[in-house]
Design a protein around this ligand. Sequence first.
Ligand code: ZN
Length: 101
Amino acid sequence: MSYEIKREPKILKCPFCDKGQIEASYTPARVETQIARGSGMNKTTRVWVDERYQVIKDCPNCGKTASQIEKSLSKGTEESKPPSRQEILKRLKDAGLPTKV
Ligand SMILES: [Zn+2]
């Protein structure tokens, strides 16, 4: 079973200065099937992929680079912690996506 991975464009607030508007593309968390090849056997493994923000531009306000902002977003700041796995599973369930890992 496969489903399309949707990337949504998002406008975020800069986590550093809290004023700049950041353009990012958001990829929701998902489960991916990976095939590991080795010693004549194909092994299928399911891998959890965390949600991810891909920042497109540097902050126009404080000048932090896209990769710095990306790092901060994926790690989460103290005020905005990343959602727990349970929370993500719930979201997947609500969206009708498979949740078995
Ligand atoms: Zn900023």
